[in-house]
Ligand binder design. Sequence first.
Ligand SMILES: *Cc1c(COP(=O)(O)O)cnc(C)c1O
Length: 376
Amino acid sequence: MLASALLPTYPPPRLGFVEGDGVWLTGSDGRRYLDFAAGIAVVSLGHRHPEPLAAAHAQLDRLWHTSNLYATDPALALASALSERFGGARAFFCNSGAEANEAALKYARKATGKPGVLALEGSFHGRTLGSLAVTGQPAKRAGFEPLGPARFAQPNDVASLHAAAAADDIGLVLLEPVLGEGGVIPLEPSFVAAAAKLAAELGALLAFDEVQTGIGRTGTFFAWEQLGVRPQLLTLAKALANGLPIGCLLVADDAPDAFEPGHHGSTFGGNPVSCAAAVAVCNAITDELLASVHTHGALLRDGLAALPGVTEVRGAGLLLGAVLDRPAQPVVDAALDAGLVCLTAGANVLRLAPPLVVGTHEIDLALEILTEVMNG
Ligand SMILES: *Cc1c(COP(=O)(O)O)cnc(C)c1O
């Protein structure tokens, strides 16, 4: 009977949660659960991390909202922090990943005058009509077509990239550095380099959707740092405020100008409480934490590869997908019953995205539970 007054856009939940602490959740059944989903790669510093918590509390006591007709310190501070990490960019703030991608779609169309978008099969960019139009998953698009002009190439297949670019209206090339929802598929640096070259030849902008990969998830602040290609547009959301709603479009300083007052906006975008938390999150993503994402990611990856029923492990940092010899959803359900929260990414892929602060002991516990479930 949980959530009976909600529209059924999600399957009926098996469980509710009432409290979180670090890598642990407390269920409405009173049990403790190890959280290797982090609210879908959102609560990256763990539940109730003291720094964003204190920053949000302080801002809640000071000022909640002004609209974007007026400046607030947290939004300006966050834009500077992100610009510095990026190496020179300006920010537009909104409230979700889909909204961040909508802003990127509008920006590219304004800058180039061309409506077409080249994206990848299996990609996920959001559920609004614009972001859905560039999401390369037929099941998610079904029932909502016609959608705006998009062409889809196969991830890591340069020939299909060139075939999809034959259309002459491409104003944006949009890539996830690691396809998250689509099966945890990392893009190869050579493919990304080819996409960047192609975008330049087409007179299109290159955008990375780092809604899932950004803010340290893959072991660098942005995933592009490991690919050697810095995009002109970059979108962020999930982990940026450790669970408070926020989205962001970053536009590199060397990208063409497009937006002027009146071209885009958001009432709640840049909310001071979310931005204050996000500044604290950025400060908490230290070199030390990023190094531990690499070491703990490698540990989890090796452990997953040794599980029964796992045929391949892929991903980067602490965004990992274990390809199973069986459907993933029953495994996720059984793991939950055994006290571990995890995710799927497509039919046969078990996706793990624990908080970046996860420790060796918790990784061992999770692997123990998964071993039991896979043997079960
Ligand atoms: C989750 C996700 C989105 C959509 O974000 P919402 O906040 O749900 O709108 C977009 N792109 C990627 C890569 C995502 O993982």
